[in-house]
Ligand binder design. Structure first.
Ligand code: GSH
Length: 217
């Protein structure tokens, strides 16, 4: 099966898909998209009109798979090496998906809002929207921190979709809302960073991290 991943090494949601691919050691062709370049954007839009990455293209099966969670679901369904990213037990499966949704919707997406606001001209910023987003991140931290007091991964012993979602959410949100008040979550982030699949993603992103707008506060 010939897989192509449309992505950018700085993109947080692309990290989520990359972690799953590296975790399962699945071969793919990386295709960096430069959304600021009209040709690159146009070519990407021909693959996925919404032009949001990551997008996985599976030529062998003739499938285009957008949305980071769905990319991981697709890999888990299609590649035995990735199957464990969604636990086979149906109860654990829905709990894994719930944690994935919590990280995306209540930490990662509001963080994107804070970043997007920072990129706007000062006179077009939305301080109330940013404050609401920061509140949501703090509430998200509270919910995400509760199960992490026991250590381990988001679902316990097994590394899953939920951990793929947790890393980019926590890594980047930590710049906007430091994790200092949530020691269990901060310790979990350190465990995530040490995982080989994630260390590889972070190493590859390193040259681009200086472009992250909240890097220096
Ligand atoms: N829900 C989507 C979110 C994807 C997303 O927001 N990707 C960002 C990069 S992290 C993007 O494509 N941004 C480009 C843009 O909005 O123009 C997913 O899970 O894949």
């Amino acid at each position: 099966m010939a897989l192509t991943l449309y992505y950018h090494p700085l993109s947080s949601y692309c990290w989520k898909a990359l972690i799953a691919l590296y975790e399962a050691d699945i071969a793919f062709t990386p295709k960096v998209v430069d959304l600021g370049d009209p040709d690159s954007r146009g070519a990407f839009q021909a693959v996925w009109p919404l032009a949001k990455f990551p997008v996985l293209r599976d030529e062998g099966r003739g499938q285009t798979v957008p949305e980071s969670t769905i990319v991981i679901e697709y890999l888990a369904q299609t590649y035995p090496a990735a199957a464990g990213l969604i636990p086979p037990d149906p109860e654990l499966a829905w709990q894994t998906r719930l944690r994935d949704r919590l990280y995306d919707n209540y930490i990662h997406n509001p963080l994107q809002q804070v970043v997007a606001d920072r990129l706007r001209p000062r006179d077009q910023r939305d301080p109330l929207g940013v404050e609401n987003a920061r509140n949501l991140i703090r509430q998200g931290y509270g919910v995400a921190a509760a199960p992490m007091a026991a250590g381990g991964w988001a679902m316990g012993e097994r590394f899953t979709l939920a951990d793929c979602a947790a890393l980019p959410a926590l890594f980047y949100a930590n710049y906007a809302e430091p994790l200092a008040g949530w020691p269990d979550l901060a310790a979990y982030l350190e465990r995530l960073k040490a995982r080989p699949s994630i260390a590889r993603v972070l190493r590859e992103a390193e040259p681009f991290l200086r472009y992250f707008p909240l890097k220096d506060g």
